[in-house]
Structures are given as C-alpha cells and as structure tokens.
Ligand binder design. Structure first.
Ligand code: DQA
Length: 147
C-alpha cells in the first residue's frame, strides 16, 4: 500500500529557508522521515514537491489510481488555494494536513487554511518530525477503516 506525500511551494528550500522557523532539515530528510514512518506499517511513500500549483493538482489526481491516502504540506497554497481543496475533495482520499511551524502562532494570514475542515489528520508545529506523526496517524486511520 502507498501514500502520496505532497510538499508545496518553497519546501524545496527547506534547510536554507528561514531556519529559525523551519529548522535545518532538508526536503530529502523530510522524505526519508516519512518513508521510514510508513515502512514501519508496510506502506510505501511516493514523494512529490512542486512550486507549481497545477503539478500538485495532477499528482493528487493521479493518487486516485494507487494511493490509500495523502500527506500534504501545501505551504502557502494552504492559505490561498480553492483548487487544491477541490482536488483533495475530488479524489476523496483521506488526507493529513501538516505544517512544520506553528501557523497559529504566526501572522494572522496563516491562521486560515482551505484544507483544515476537510482533513482527516492535522499536525502543526512539530517541526519536520511532524511528517512521521502525520504518516502514522493517517495509516492508523486508513487501517481502521479498511477492516
Ligand atoms: C508551512 C506554513 C505556511 O504558512 C508557509 O507558507 C509554508 C510552510 C509550514 O510547514 O509551516 O510554506 O506550511
């Protein structure tokens, strides 16, 4: 079984970008953390990162074919993208919304998310280890639904 891991805009800069907020781990570290957390339950991870909204939409659509759920850090699109929300609703896969930083302790424009009310799992402010939490909680939820 497989999960899609989606990282949105600017997350390719992890490790370089605002390390005081996001830490020093890189995108490769994040993908490894998620892959290891999933492997413990016999799940694979397909990882995608893009700075282009349409690429993220296409990856979400494709997940319908062969993924049991989605773990997504939509970056700034979290706060702006009805299209991303509609893609997630459209494929009807359970998903985990994850943010590395505590978005609620930051600027007001980060407090609203187009994803929160439709996400099955929320992880906020746990740093990059939050990806492992998100993977674990989503898999437990999927396993609970399956049998
Ligand atoms: C983020 C929080 C967003 O507000 C921001 O635009 C990001 C990263 C996080 O992981 O904390 O790009 O999703």
């Amino acid at each position: 079984r497989r999960l899609l891991l989606v990282n949105g805009p600017n997350l390719n800069l992890l490790g370089l970008r605002e390390p005081g907020i996001y830490g020093s781990a890189t995108l490769a570290d994040v993908e490894r953390i998620a892959t290891e957390a999933a492997a413990a339950y016999g799940f694979e991870i397909r990882a995608v990162q893009s700075n282009h909204e349409g690429v993220l939409l296409d990856a979400i659509h494709a997940a319908r074919e062969d993924c049991a759920g989605i773990v997504i850090n939509a970056g700034a699109y979290t706060h702006t993208s009805v299209a991303l929300r509609d893609a997630l609703t459209g494929v009807a896969l359970p998903f985990a919304e994850i943010h590395i930083s505590d978005v609620y302790a930051r600027e007001e424009f980060r407090h609203f998310s187009y994803l929160t009310d439709i996400a099955a799992v929320h992880v906020v402010g746990e740093g990059v280890q939050g990806y492992a939490t998100a993977v674990r909680r989503l898999i437990l939820l999927i396993a609970g639904q399956a049998d």
